[in-house]
Structure formats: structure tokens, C-alpha cells
Design a protein around this ligand. Structure first.
Ligand SMILES: [Zn+2]
Length: 314
């Protein structure tokens, strides 16, 4: 009877011990599995092409990789252009171009989508040789600024596609080929002065005659007597106080197929045959000739044909 009880209890304890170990092992296995799956949450995998051509993918990528900067997908509205959009956000068009490597032209259409950051800067496409030091040197920006803006810079850069560089323009040699060509054109000339463009190139009603005509250049409204600078270096071919409807005007031959005209001036500071440098002061603005108010008329001719000066000015 007593022996029987011992055997029963012994069996009971053996069973209990076995059950304990089995349950324990199971619990461990489950915990480990859930821990593993928690650690190996897979990040979305992107290809470079996808990040360039798909705004939503780029937006998600940047959401994970950057800090202190917000990106939005912006839909271009009617009559908007890169300049009006950039102005709305308080930065230059370079920011929009730099954050939109899919763009091949400056023209944007209604409904077109752009990736827009809340602060000025550019996306740097990570190059095979890049380190945080080389990126900092390429843009002239502190490494700490890059680190504060990009989570990616704490890890292996070779795994990354884009780094946001605050306050900087895109590097021209890293833009796509079409954009590189556009930038090259714009490096030819600087604006002859800072002012509001009142009349664009192309079809318009003439402000004096009232007739429909083609405008061969642009009009920039400025105060009488403003300094006018050469848009690029060249040789003065005309510097006269009577050039027909231009009134007082200066023409400069840039000796690369381009000629620029500056009209409705009040005072000329250069003479024919003189070599001038880019930005050198050549005249003071006025309202001479066929003009309705103080402004500078600015024409760019390429191989004798008028071209839109805005193609060359930022
Ligand atoms: Zn004009």
C-alpha cells in the first residue's frame, strides 16, 4: 500500500517534470521566433531607377532616411512655373531641380507632380566613392549639418541612394544630361540688372503703338539711372545715343555667336571697340527711344536670331 503510493507520486513527479520542460521549451521557441520577426522587419527595397522615376517611392525613402526636413508631393497648378513655386517656399528653383532628378526641362505643366522639400537644398545622388567627408567637401557644407539631416550617414553609405544637402544647389555634373545642357546655357549670361520683368519675349501688344507685335527681348522695370552690367564678357559693337526705337543703346558681341542689346538707356559708360567683362557696368538705365516708362530692354541674339533671354537668366 505504502510502496504503491510512492510509485504513484514518483510517476506523477516525472510526468510533471516532463510537462514542465516541454512547455518551457515551447514558450522559448515562440518567444524567440517573435523576437526574430521583430528584429528582421524588412525595409522596403528600392532601385535607383525607381527612386528617380517614382515620386511616391522617393517620398517614402526620404521619410525614412532624413530628419528635420519634410518632403511633399506637389501638384503644379494652372499658370505656375518653377520660379513661382520656388518663390512660394522661399527658395530658388535649384532646390526643385535638385530634388527632382526625373526632370529634363525647366517647363512644368498643370497637374505635373514634383517632390518639394520644406527647406532649400538638394538631393545628392550617392556616388560609389562617397564618404561623409567627400560629400561635405563637394558642397562646402559642415559634416555635422549633413549628419543632423540624414539618418543614412550613420550607417554604410554604399547602401544609400540619396542624401539631402540643406541650403545647397545641385552639382551640375550629377544632373541628368538634358539638365546639364540647360545649366550650361544659363552659365553663359548673368542678368544685366535686378528688376521685375514687365514684358516677356514673344507675341505681345506694343505698349506704344498698341499694335500686335513680336517682342524681340524682355523688358525689366527699374528706376531711372540704375546700373546696367554686361551679361557676359565681349566687345562693344554699338554705343550710341540714337539707335532708333531703342533710344540710347549698347550692343555687345560675345564672340561665341551671341550678341546682347541694352536699350532705353540714359547714359553710356563704354565706347565702341572696348572689351568688357561679365558684370562690368556699361550704362545707366532710362526711358529713351520708344518707351512708356523707365525700363531696360534686353535682347539676346544667337547667330543673328532673337532668342528668349529667360532661357539664360535664373
Ligand atoms: Zn522691350
Amino acid at each position: 500500500m505504502f510502496r504503491n503510493l510512492i510509485i504513484r507520486w514518483t510517476v506523477f513527479f516525472i510526468v510533471l517534470t516532463v510537462v514542465y520542460f516541454v512547455v518551457n521549451a515551447k514558450v522559448h521557441a515562440v518567444a524567440e521566433a517573435s523576437l526574430k520577426s521583430a528584429i528582421t522587419v524588412t525595409l522596403p527595397v528600392y532601385t535607383k531607377d525607381e527612386l528617380i522615376n517614382n515620386l511616391e517611392s522617393r517620398l517614402k525613402y526620404l521619410y525614412l532616411k532624413t530628419k528635420g526636413v519634410k518632403f511633399y508631393v506637389y501638384k503644379v497648378k494652372r499658370r505656375e512655373n518653377l520660379w513661382t513655386i520656388a518663390k512660394k517656399y522661399g527658395y530658388s528653383v535649384h532646390t526643385i531641380i535638385g530634388c527632382n532628378p526625373q526632370m529634363k526641362t525647366y517647363n512644368v505643366n498643370e497637374g505635373q507632380k514634383l517632390l518639394i522639400p520644406n527647406v532649400g537644398g538638394t538631393l545628392h545622388p550617392v556616388q560609389p566613392e562617397d564618404t561623409i567627408k567627400t560629400i561635405s567637401e563637394k558642397y562646402g557644407v559642415e559634416e555635422s549639418v549633413l549628419k543632423n539631416t540624414n539618418f543614412a550617414l550613420n550607417g554604410d553609405l554604399r547602401q544609400e541612394f540619396f542624401v539631402f544637402v540643406p541650403g545647397k544647389r545641385p552639382l551640375v555634373n550629377l544632373l541628368n544630361e538634358k539638365m546639364q545642357q540647360k545649366y550650361a546655357l544659363r552659365e553663359l549670361f548673368v542678368s544685366p540688372l535686378a528688376g521685375r520683368i514687365t514684358s516677356a519675349f514673344g507675341k505681345r501688344r506694343h505698349p506704344v503703338t498698341g499694335k500686335a507685335s513680336r517682342h524681340g527681348g524682355i523688358d525689366i522695370a527699374v528706376k531711372e539711372g540704375s546700373w546696367v552690367g554686361a551679361a557676359a564678357s565681349g566687345v562693344v559693337t554699338v554705343a550710341s545715343y540714337d539707335v532708333g526705337h531703342y533710344g540710347v543703346a549698347v550692343f555687345i558681341d560675345h564672340q561665341n555667336g551671341y550678341i546682347t542689346h541694352y536699350g532705353h538707356l540714359s547714359k553710356i559708360l563704354v565706347r565702341v571697340g572696348q572689351r568688357v567683362k561679365q558684370g562690368q557696368l556699361i550704362a545707366r538705365s532710362g526711358s529713351t527711344g520708344r518707351s512708356t516708362g523707365p525700363h531696360l530692354h534686353f535682347t539676346v541674339k544667337r547667330n543673328g536670331v532673337n532668342v528668349d533671354p529667360l532661357q539664360f537668366l535664373w
